[in-house]
Design a protein around this ligand. Structure first.
Ligand code: SF4
Ligand code: SF4
Ligand code: FES
Length: 247
């Protein structure tokens, strides 16, 4: 372990208070180490849930940046603002459409503000996932739901793009609707998924679930800990568990 003298540190400002923290930390670990206890704004800790969005500037650099604090490393002179919640427009929608209506029209009809995009590029610049947000907004405008779905696929709903949009577009919600309609009406159905649904409907798994329901909490935990896992280096589609009773 490093002695105190050899630990390299940086100064960061969080919520207007300065802290001296070790250099090799994510913003989240550094803040927790100085005693900040997050009861919200943190979820998966793995860059997936989008709950831990921050805005920050570094030193005298005028550029405002957005990041996920569980992924971003601390930098000297970083001034950080947490973004716990940002109200976005979310249009309720049903997946079933009347025959007279196309999915691309429905998305545009629910989020007509995408037509007001002034192509400033601020959303794309800020996105911590490196998504071309302005690009997918343009695709929603043009009715290209497939393109919008593919471009926005890795969106973690961190809200940074919506926060800064001068046209007040809730980009992640428009994109989510585009993905849902694309999957429902345009994308080819996955064969293995259809087969799995058929098996569920034919009650193929009911006996297994009945068995699980009879276990108490300790037995369930033990079973979970003994579970077989696909090795990370297994070639896709080649691995099968020893216990195939639920396949
Ligand atoms: S598209 Fe917007 S909400 Fe999604 S990850 Fe990028 S900045 Fe966050
Ligand atoms: S921030 Fe808003 S107006 Fe600017 S490019 Fe993105 S969607 Fe368009
Ligand atoms: S805690 Fe989930 S993305 Fe950071």
């Amino acid at each position: 372990m490093d002695s105190l003298e050899t630990v390299k540190t940086v100064d960061i400002i969080y919520d207007d208070v300065s802290y001296c923290v070790p250099v090799d930390r994510t913003v989240l670990s550094a803040l927790e180490e100085v005693g900040i206890h997050f009861i919200r704004s943190v979820g998966c800790r793995g860059g997936v849930c989008g709950a831990c969005t921050i805005l920050y500037r570094v030193g005298s650099d005028y550029t405002l940046k957005a990041a996920l604090m569980c992924q971003e490393m601390v930098q000297d002179g970083m001034s950080i603002l947490p973004l716990p919640f940002f109200p976005q427009r979310k249009q309720p929608h049903r997946l079933d459409l009347p025959e007279s209506e196309t999915p691309d029209y429905r998305v545009l009809n629910h989020y007509p503000e995408v037509n007001g995009c002034i192509m400033c590029g601020e959303c794309t610049r800020l996105c911590p996932m490196g998504i071309d947000v302005m690009g997918y907004v343009g695709m929603v405008k043009r009715g290209d739901l497939r393109g919008a779905s593919e471009e926005s696929f890795t969106c973690v709903q961190c809200q940074a793009c919506a926060l800064r949009c001068p046209a007040q577009i809730s980009q992640p919600n428009a994109a989510m609707m585009a993905r849902r309609y694309h999957a429902r009406y345009q994308a080819p159905q996955a064969e293995h998924l259809s087969k799995a649904i058929e098996r569920i409907e034919s009650k193929a798994f009911d006996a297994g679930f009945r068995r699980l329901r009879r276990l108490d909490e300790d037995e369930l935990r033990a079973l979970y800990q003994r579970r077989e896992r696909e090795p990370t280096d297994a070639h896709p589609g080649t691995w099968l568990p020893e216990d195939r009773s639920m396949l």
